[in-house]
Structures are given as C-alpha cells and as structure tokens.
Ligand binder design. Structure first.
Ligand SMILES: C[S@@+](CC[C@H](N)C(=O)[O-])C[C@H]1O[C@@H](n2cnc3c(N)ncnc32)[C@H](O)[C@@H]1O
Length: 173
C-alpha cells in the first residue's frame, strides 16, 4: 500500500461518489454519528479506514495513533483536508469533555479472520484502551467497534448498531 501519496485522497473521493449514489445508511459506521455532529474524534486511527468514511461524509476528524511506526507510515499520505492527525494515546491526550469519540480497539480472536491490512496493523501495534481513564471522561457519544461474538466493551447500558460481522456499541458517559 505504501507507494501512492494520493491514496487517501483517492479513497475519500471514491467513498464520496459511493455516498452520492447510496444512502449513508448503507454504511453502519456512519449510522453511529448523530446528524448534528460535525466533528468526530477517532481515538484509534490505525490505517484511517474508518476515518476516511467520516471524511467522505463531510465530517472533520481528529485522529490519534499511538504506535510510532504506524503514525510515521500514515503521515506519508498527509495532509488531508479536514483531518488533524496526532501522535499519542488518545485516552491520555483527550480533553475531559468530548462530543463524539470513536474507538476501534483490537480484540482477541482465535485464528486471524481479519483482513490482511489489519494483520499488518496488529503486528505493528501494542494497544490498549485505559477503560478506567476513559470512564472518567464526559463523552456525549462514545462509539466502540466490536466483533459480534465478543462481550460488551463496557459494563454500561448502550445501544447497538449492527454491521456485517461487527457491531457498534453506543454509550453516553
Ligand atoms: C483495530 S486498529 C484501528 C483500525 C482503524 N479503525 C482503521 O480503520 O484503520 C487499532 C489502532 O488503534 C491504535 N490505538 C490503540 N489504542 C490507542 C490509543 N489509546 N490511542 C491512540 N491509538 C491507539 C493502535 O495502535 C492501532 O493502530
């Protein structure tokens, strides 16, 4: 993947075209963002796959990545309009009050069922969400991506939006 500097711009463009032809509701991730939200925080940026959908939908994104190797690789494709990209642990760096936070942490699974890009990412990252610190924050909309078979990320009431193999847990903290 690391050769085309315009890769992300092209990806956003493709997704914008898709969203012109199809409702955003066909993308479960986008259904998690209430209509009044204009800016989202992606606390687990990774390869920015999910952030690219937010950007294609016209949202501003502040994405955090704490793995230095991934951060450096992804920085090669930036800047991108409406995207702020910050190095470090999002949970540590974020303000105490946040309107919309999206988290897609890794989770344990048996054999790798994840796409190839995700295998690469997993290999290069050692991530953990500090749940205790997370729960001390005031977050109006906290969205967590989980595989369907896994238990809830937090032991708190939440709504769910289902995707194909995954679900999004929607909390308010
Ligand atoms: C499953 S991947 C996210 C994939 C991403 N949603 C995408 O679409 O490409 C998890 C990523 O989040 C990063 N990460 C995990 N915890 C983090 C944290 N607390 N702060 C910043 N980055 C974190 C990991 O280093 C890894 O790159």
């Amino acid at each position: 993947m690391f050769n085309n500097k315009n890769l992300f711009k092209e990806e956003i463009f493709k997704r914008q075209l898709y969203l012109k032809q199809q409702s955003y509701k066909t993308i479960p991730l986008l259904k998690t963002v209430p209509k009044h939200i204009k800016q989202v925080v992606d606390g687990t940026a990774g390869l920015l796959e999910d952030s690219l959908w937010f950007l294609a939908r016209g949202l501003s994104v502040h994405a955090f990545e704490k793995n230095p190797y991934i951060f450096e690789k992804i920085s090669y494709y930036l800047p991108i309009e409406n995207l702020t990209y910050t190095f470090g642990d999002s949970i540590m760096l974020l303000e105490d009050s946040i309107e919309f936070l999206y988290l897609d942490p890794f989770f344990e699974q048996k054999k790798s069922k994840s796409p190839k890009n995700m295998d690469w990412l997993k290999h290069h990252s050692h991530e953990e969400i500090n749940k205790e610190l997370l729960c001390k924050k005031q977050i109006q909309h906290l969205v967590i991506k989980r595989y369907k078979h896994l238990p809830s990320f937090l032991e708190k009431n939440h709504d769910i939006i289902y995707g194909n193999k995954i679900r999004f847990e929607l909390y308010s903290l």
